[in-house]
Design a protein around this ligand. Structure first.
Ligand code: SAH
Length: 350
């Protein structure tokens, strides 16, 4: 395709309320100078929405217990080789306060999808964080009953992350034998209705996934108008049924990220830990292709090593305090800065 035609295509996806799937696929298929133009447009839109500040979200992986069997995930119930833990309230508070002391104003509490998790215990944790700091609290603990979501919201939780992973129903079924895509979508609606800022996202490079599937994911993100969207590569975990598959390719991830930015505009989008955990760390490339968030890890040892969603996770052995200077260095390497604000959704209507 000639470059002026590609420019017209970019314009169409950027202005359209319901972009054509074939236009999205064409962007996802870009290479060479077309891919450069794609990343440049995404970067321009990111700057227009958020400026040059990179927001920080401290992640605390508070439990590796999981009742599900997602085919790609190292935390899956059937994987017996990892240590299962759940941090105590005091440990979670200590990690959160450590992040607060670094100037970070959001904590993401993430875990496996644990059926034995007591909703009122997590509500107490949220209340303790909210009464002891001015941190925004994001939860990421999977599909739960509406009452639990409501309880945590009343306790003060601000945001919720629940990735759809893939919107292809057949692929979803294959990867999540004990789950139901309609139920996951319903959870996302319930969370929105309860007033959470809601994040979703996808895994790129799943075995059998096509460009059309990825384009449908992007249309889904746009339709649901998510406040946050996390996109990362599939990373094969040897202890899972997909252990011998190849990892997702970074170029494909960057194209999905950039196309999503162009189509959805002002959702917060992290340069995910998974993007940083391929053979090389590609988070700077992601920040230059539309991402505006970094997620430093504040899970204390020895839990950090045990939370093995996928192998070779970035920063497995670093101490938490080292994160912020590292983020500052990353930001200045690309002429950006760290934004120490809370980073609430730009979509909140007041
Ligand atoms: N249990 C929670 C979240 C914990 S896992 C939930 O269901 O929402 C967090 C994210 O890690 C998942 O949403 C998934 O996108 C990602 N993940 C898990 N295994 C992965 C793998 N092998 N490669 C890439 N991403 C993976």
């Amino acid at each position: 395709m000639c470059m002026s035609k590609f420019g017209t295509l970019l314009d169409r996806v950027a202005v359209g309320d319901a972009p054509d799937i074939s236009d999205i696929v064409a962007l996802l298929d870009a290479s060479g100078e077309e891919a450069d133009a794609l990343f440049a447009r995404a970067d321009e839109i990111r700057r227009a929405c958020f400026g040059d500040g990179i927001l920080l979200r401290a992640i605390v992986e508070f439990s590796s217990r999981c009742s599900r069997d997602c085919a790609y995930c190292g935390l899956r119930k059937a994987h017996r080789q990892i240590k299962r833990y759940r941090m105590s309230t005091a440990e979670i508070l200590a990690s959160t306060l450590e992040a607060a002391a670094c100037g970070i104003k959001t904590v993401v509490l993430q875990s496996g999808e644990d059926d034995t998790l007591d909703p009122s215990w997590l509500a107490d944790v949220v209340r303790a964080i909210k009464s002891g700091s001015d941190m925004a609290v994001t939860l990421s603990v999977g599909e739960k009953p509406q009452e639990a979501y409501a309880l945590w919201r009343r306790a003060g939780a601000d945001r919720y992350l629940l990735k759809i992973e893939t919107t292809n129903p057949a692929l979803y079924r294959q990867l999540h034998p004990d789950m139901d895509i309609d139920r996951r979508m319903e959870c996302l609606r319930v969370l929105r209705d309860l007033g959470y800022q809601v994040g979703s996202g996808s895994i790129v490079g799943l075995p059998g996934q096509t460009l059309e599937d990825l384009a449908q994911d992007i249309l889904f993100f746009k339709r649901y108008d998510f406040d946050m969207i996390g996109i990362g590569p599939f990373i094969a975990h040897p202890g899972t049924p997909l252990g011998s598959e190849g990892d997702g390719e970074i170029d494909a991830v960057l194209r999905v990220l950039a196309t999503t930015r162009i189509a959805v505009k002002n959702a917060h989008m992290p340069a995910t830990t998974a993007v940083g955990s391929l053979e090389e760390d590609h988070r700077l490339a992601a920040l230059k292709a539309g991402a505006n968030v970094l997620m430093p890890n504040f899970t204390p040892q020895p839990y950090r090593q045990a939370y093995e969603i996928y192998p070779h996770k970035r920063c497995l052995t670093e101490v938490s305090g080292a994160c912020v200077p590292c983020m500052e260095t990353m930001a200045s390497a690309i002429g950006r800065c760290v934004n120490y604000g809370r980073g609430d959704s730009l979509k909140i209507k007041v």
